[in-house]
Design a protein around this ligand. Structure first.
Ligand SMILES: Nc1nc2c(ncn2[C@@H]2O[C@H](COP(=O)(O)OP(=O)(O)O)[C@@H](O)[C@H]2O)c(=O)[nH]1
Ligand SMILES: [Mg+2]
Length: 193
């Protein structure tokens, strides 16, 4: 898809600030630093519309990006940031869950994990939460540029076997660094809009 006019709309720190719109929302979920903001920039071909950070855990608000008035990319705060206190982590968790549970226009969750590691306990908890909430989901094995191309398929299969052995959601590789697999993800994503 060729995105023409993506716009940052709002950083919501509470539900009353979520956009008053019926547009479908495609939500990025994943641990802190896995590449959620970079994913948005890569998909829309902009360098810095979504704020990325080398200091993970900084974003504790929900950022909404209006994509050509067709849908929103929604950048959720990352979970599992080790430098956050238990209490802060719990607050972020509640904030994420409130959005996922209550926002009717969510049309797809894009769940990012790191292709180099088996999903963490937090990844499994969050993934199971998404499934139980009845939300459609695509799993992306991100940072695919970090491993040999010959290993990508195998790692993607491992991640799928751990998170989604029933294989009812598709699992795809992705890399913001090398901008590969972008078209595959667009094709898949558009089925949900
Ligand atoms: N090698 C590589 N690095 C990535 C990729 N995606 C994101 N990063 C880097 O990972 C760090 C965190 O990315 P960011 O998008 O801010 O993660 P977020 O916390 O999930 O939003 C940044 O330094 C990015 O440049 C990728 O596909 N490959
Ligand atoms: Mg981010």
């Amino acid at each position: 898809m060729l995105v023409k006019n993506p716009k940052f709309e709002i950083s919501a720190v509470k539900p009353s600030q979520y956009p008053k719109s019926d547009l479908p929302e495609v939500v990025l979920v994943g641990k802190s630093n896995v590449g959620k903001s970079s994913f948005i920039n890569t998909m829309i071909n902009r360098k810095k519309l979504a704020r990325t950070s080398s200091e993970p855990g900084k974003t504790r608000q929900i950022n909404f990006y209006n994509i050509d008035n067709l849908f929103y990319f929604v950048d959720l705060p990352g979970y599992g940031y080790s430098k956050m206190s238990k209490k802060e982590q719990e607050q972020v968790g509640k904030f994420i869950e409130y959005y996922l549970q209550n926002r009717k226009q969510i049309s797809l969750v894009i769940f990012l994990v790191d292709i180099r590691h088996i999903p963490t306990e937090n990844d499994k908890l969050m993934y199971n939460y998404i499934v139980r909430a009845g939300l459609p989901c695509i799993i992306l094995a991100n940072k695919a540029d970090k491993i040999a191309i010959t290993k990508v398929e195998n790692e993607v299969r491992n991640i799928q076997n751990i998170l989604n052995p029933m294989k009812d959601f598709c699992t795809l590789p992705f890399s913001s660094e090398r901008k590969i697999y972008v078209d595959d993800v667009w094709k898949n994503l558009q089925n949900y809009l």
